[in-house]
Write a protein that binds this ligand. Structure first.
Ligand SMILES: *Cc1c(COP(=O)(O)O)cnc(C)c1O
Length: 589
């Protein structure tokens, strides 16, 4: 539904260059398996909002020709993985430009496929997917852009050279004018080295000055996503010398990019960035503790509203606050939405979800019954099995609620043994504890489509990470945009999003898993279940405040505006805004 006659585009803002957004994974299209989870979804949502807002951004990522895997679970919950090949030609256009990088003394040729991501008003954000499967390259090098997070650390470092250094050189070969390089996580940190080498004009690798480094820093922006030390990419000196080269390794050592004898990609990105941020208020704090030498800000994540709201919710929003599509802040005006409207829209989303469950599993669930959702990567810190800490108590809760349905989903990384064991454990528990009152289902192959259906269709979104390991989390934001409250640990975004009884409920901090499980049960017994049993209008009020308060804030429309003002173009906004106002005035004439 068109709501404004003319878009106000950020294209009228900085006219001197573009932002290049680098990410190892980007969820571009539901049928392109070029992402694994939260980081890729965030990158895709960022670019979708940039396209809507007209921010001059281009994306760089790897092609991942063999895709991230499709998950199969057998009856006992044992995971097997299947390669998801796809055809770039079906979605993208090959660019004639070529670039080269050196890897282990070999020259590797890189090409790029362009995907045109179109925003709401027709602004295009081109995404370049880098590909080494070209004739010039040897067999090994042709496979460098096949697997997302596959192979060993040697493979990973080689991929990071293709992404960071290949990306910078490809931008040049494409004739792009880039004045901001945004590294989405440390995987792209080597782009700083390509910029430095270009800055010194391809001379000897040790010939650079502080002024050269400052020139690079002026162009670079970095977002860290990982509050777990082991989550930061690190490589040994031996690997670095062998793959990246001795001169580069010596330079990186001299510039302080090593920690504990390992080259640390987060440190490298921080050293070369003029602006750095974590992805939620608390994650900024945690990151500053991890890297006390750096000024690390925070910009809280969001999700792309029009991508993650169900069709029934979108119809309701279009009638109620049509301007939400141009400016997500208008979702705040839902504060006086009549309760029956949101209840009716949600009921339709829930029916769609339950129909999907039935078609996948043959299990027919009851749309009237309280339904909890829990879906995320099966990392052990997320404690997917916390709900089963006391099965008898869970059964009592189900009885008090007049029935309880719990939907699970999530993949484990193929090399993550403990993650796979956790899935198996949850699947076993689901079978053991399910009965007529309590139904627990584990759904296969959690990905974009299923994620959207789950977050829109359940009644409560549950999240149980161990603090402080959740940098932000975004699935609860998708739920909020559909009016679905969260019941979560106060970690990541939920510290900012939780208003007790208004947008959901907090699981209180405990000294250990058992105590936090107690709090989870207590909240279900004393808050969630009693409210669900009240006349539906009360639940409708909760959904309304969840959508109005959290939907209006935890979206990438707000987030991209923050990146634009604080990271990409600090200071220029006031001046440019004046120009837009002027143009608006002349347009009105
Ligand atoms: C949104 C989403 C994620 C990230 O959600 P978290 O809350 O960070 O777990 C991961 N995978 C899929 C498929 C998603 O849709």
């Amino acid at each position: 539904m068109e709501t404004t006659k003319r878009p106000i585009s950020y294209e009228t803002f900085p006219n001197s260059g573009q932002v290049a957004y680098f990410s190892m994974e980007i969820a571009i299209h539901p049928s392109m398996p070029t992402y694994s989870g939260g980081l890729g979804i965030l990158a895709g949502d960022t670019l979708r909002s940039a396209a809507d807002l007209g921010v001059p951004v281009v994306g760089f990522t790897l092609l991942h020709r063999k895709g991230y895997f499709q998950q199969h679970l057998d009856r006992n919950g044992a995971q097997t993985e299947e390669v998801q090949s796809w055809s770039p030609e079906d979605f993208c256009t090959e660019e004639p430009a070529r670039a080269t990088v050196s890897i282990e003394d070999r020259v590797v040729t890189v090409r790029a496929w362009r995907y045109s991501l179109e925003g709401r008003f027709g602004h295009i954000v081109p995404i370049y997917l880098l590909d080494t499967d070209v004739e010039d390259n040897s067999g090994w090098d042709r496979g460098l852009t096949d697997h997302l997070y596959g192979g060993d650390t040697n493979y990973r470092l080689q991929q990071e050279i293709v992404l960071g250094m290949g990306g910078v050189r490809m931008a040049k070969a494409l004739g792009l004018n880039i004045n901001v390089f945004h590294m989405n996580e440390g995987h792209a940190a080597l782009l700083t080295q390509a910029l430095l080498e270009s800055q010194v004009g391809g001379g000897p690798l040790n010939a650079y000055t502080d002024a050269d480094i400052e020139q690079v820093r002026r162009k670079c922006v970095f977002t860290t996503h990982t509050p777990v030390p082991a989550g930061h990419d690190r490589f040994s000196t031996e690997q670095s010398i062998r793959i990246l080269g001795g001169d580069r390794t010596a330079r990186l050592e001299k510039l302080g990019c090593f920690q504990d004898g390992l080259i640390n990609m987060t440190l490298l990105a921080l050293r070369f960035s003029r602006y750095a941020n974590g992805v939620a208020l608390q994650h900024g704090r945690v990151s500053r503790q991890m890297f006390p030498d750096f000024d690390i800000q925070s910009i809280t994540n969001g999700v792309h509203a029009a991508t993650w709201t169900s069709a029934p919710i979108q119809q309701m929003l279009d009638q109620q606050v049509p301007a939400w599509r141009c400016d997500n802040l208008y979702l705040r005006n839902l504060i006086d939405l009549p309760e029956p409207r949101i209840l009716a829209a949600h009921a339709r989303a829930k029916e769609e979800l339950l129909a999907e469950v039935a078609s996948r599993t043959g299990l027919v669930l009851n749309p009237k019954v309280l339904t909890l959702g829990f879906a995320r990567r099966a990392a052990t810190y997320k404690r997917a099995d916390l709900l089963f800490a006391d099965p008898e108590r869970l059964q009592q809760i189900a009885e008090a609620a007049g029935g309880l349905q719990i939907l699970y989903a999530g993949k484990a990384h193929p090399q993550d043994g403990p993650g796979k064991a956790l899935i198996q454990h949850v699947v076993e528990d689901a079978a053991r504890f399910s009965n007529d009152t309590l139904r627990i289902v584990y759904l296969e192959n959690y990905a974009w489509d299923l994620g959207a259906m789950l977050t829109a269709g359940v009644d409560v979104w549950v999240n149980t990470p161990r603090r402080p390991y959740e940098a932000s989390g975004t699935s609860g934001m998708k739920a909020a945009l559909n009016g679905v409250p969260s019941l979560s640990i106060l970690d990541g975004w939920w510290i900012e999003g939780c208003i007790e009884g208004v947008t959901g409920w907090a699981i209180e901090d405990g000294a250990n898993d058992a105590e936090e499980a107690q709090s989870l049960y207590r909240k279900l017994e004393t808050a969630v279940v009693p409210l669900y049993r009240e006349p539906a209008e009360k639940w409708g009020r909760l959904m309304r405040t969840t959508l109005a308060y959290n939907g209006s804030y935890f979206n990438t429309d707000r987030m991209v505006r923050q990146y634009t003002r604080n990271a990409y173009y600090p200071g220029v906004l006031v001046e440019r805004l004046a120009k837009v106002v002027e143009e608006e005035a002349s347009f009105a004439d």
